[in-house]
Design a protein around this ligand. Structure first.
Ligand code: T4K
Length: 383
């Protein structure tokens, strides 16, 4: 944990959203030394294989194929599912979800969200289906599961393929069912800012033998054996240093979740009753990683606007974020390609103006959380 003081100008060193959690350093260094001894750095090395088994067993899927990052994993998964034409996706997500489709020559068609869950709205998915639609990419935002049953039945009715961007949802469940097994495949991110990280990294998980095989080949230029290329593939491989970090990080998973959960609970307790401020909730009957502490600001009730709270926190060295403002549809190239579609995404536009994501993770102490809450109380004028 960082050694920082609180001055009248805020914290003496910055607190960021997305500071990486670090597992056991000695264990990581042992693994790196092992990798150096073996001189096997990438291309399906032993740590990669071990990490894949650990991921599949944690989420209960038959296969996990790790990749260099989740964006490449989304691109490869979309290709492996033969998505083309139009694919329905939420606009309220990190821009990588839309970009992964756009880079495959697919048009992301943005659907609105349910303001309670921040997840894609099944009724809006239905409205956005056209003759060119081939699939749906749901995003389990903040680790909370999409309405997978409704999405599955829409897809079955119309004949669409379904995959999920589960970048936020490793270690999360829907009821008792772990996220990972929904749709035809799901994609996790193990980027440095995720609660389990492999420096950079991602994975596609699936229960389909054929899909897993195709994705594995596509990840490695389409090679099947030494000299035989049977697909157009790309280089999406994870290297051994990343897998070593991923394995080390996974060994500390319960500890990291417990830190995140207690930080979240302190935020909840200390901000309870502040007019116009609320934190999104996680179902206590489900598993969650509490990676994102998501606060909504209701401008009509709160003594400060969302942006002025963010500005105040930044001036105090607390780098809270406005994820995922302003929504993909207001970012390029979508803003130019699909101008004016904001009018058809009213909940996305409303929620994107309200959200602030607050710092958490191993580097943030309970005292830090209390100080951040006091700053929010101060700027909203409730003190
Ligand atoms: N789908 C969804 C729903 C996602 O949220 C993401 C990634 C993806 C797909 C794609 O996954 P990857 O291809 O990346 O595996 C950050 C992350 O770069 C991105 O991975 C993540 N979502 C997104 C939510 O957050 P930015 O643009 O906010 O990054 P940046 O550089 O501003 O860093 C965020 C904060 O983390 C900063 O306050 C500093 C801190 N930080 C970051 C790094 C990398 C550190 O303290 N140390 C570090 O090493 O996107």
């Amino acid at each position: 944990m960082a050694d920082r003081d609180l001055t009248t100008k805020g914290f003496s060193s910055p607190l960021h959203v997305g500071r990486p959690n670090i597992g056991n350093r000695e264990r990581f260094m042992e693994r790196i030394n092992g990798m150096l001894e073996r001189r096997w750095f990438t291309n399906d090395g032993p740590f990669v294989k071990e990490f894949e088994q650990a991921i599949a067993s944690a989420v209960g899927t038959k296969h996990a194929v790790v990749m260099s990052n989740a964006t490449v994993a989304l691109e490869i998964a979309a290709r492996a599912l033969d998505l083309e034409g139009e694919v329905i996706v939420p606009s309220y997500t990190f821009v990588a979800t839309a970009h992964a489709l756009h880079w495959q020559g697919i048009k992301p068609v943005f659907a609105d969200i349910d303001p309670k869950t921040h997840n894609i709205s099944p009724s809006d998915i239905r409205r956005k289906i056209t003759k060119r639609t081939t699939g749906i990419v749901g995003v389990h935002l903040w680790g909370r599961c999409c309405k997978t049953d409704e999405i599955a039945s829409i897809a079955k009715e119309v004949g669409l393929r379904v995959m999920y961007d589960a970048s936020h949802a490793f270690g999360c469940s829907a009821g008792e069912r772990m996220i990972g097994g929904f749709g035809e495949c799901e994609v996790f991110s193990f980027h440095a800012t995720k609660f389990i990280n492999s420096l950079e990294g991602g994975a596609v998980v699936t229960n389909s033998d054929d899909l897993a095989e195709k994705i594995r080949l596509m990840r490695n230029f389409g090679f099947k054996g030494y000299d035989n290329v049977i697909y157009s593939g790309i280089n999406g491989k994870m290297n051994e240093a990343s897998a070593a970090m991923g394995l080390t990080s996974l060994e500390s998973m319960e500890e990291i979740i417990s830190v995140n959960k207690s930080n979240y609970q302190i935020y909840r307790e200390e901000l309870a009753g502040v007019p116009g401020i609320s934190l999104i909730e996680y179902d206590a009957m489900e598993k969650n990683n509490y990676q994102y502490v998501v606060m909504e600001v209701d401008a009509a009730e709160c003594g400060a606007s969302r942006d002025s709270i963010v500005e105040f926190l930044h001036s105090r060295n607390v780098f809270a974020r406005k994820y995922f403002w302003p929504g993909c549809h207001r970012m390029e190239p979508y803003r130019s390609l699909q101008p004016g579609i904001g009018a058809d995404l009213p909940e996305t536009e409303r929620i994107a103006e309200k959200v602030i994501v607050l710092p958490t993770g191993q580097e943030i102490s309970m005292e830090d959380v209390s100080c951040i809450c006091r700053m929010i109380i101060e700027v909203t004028g409730t003190k």
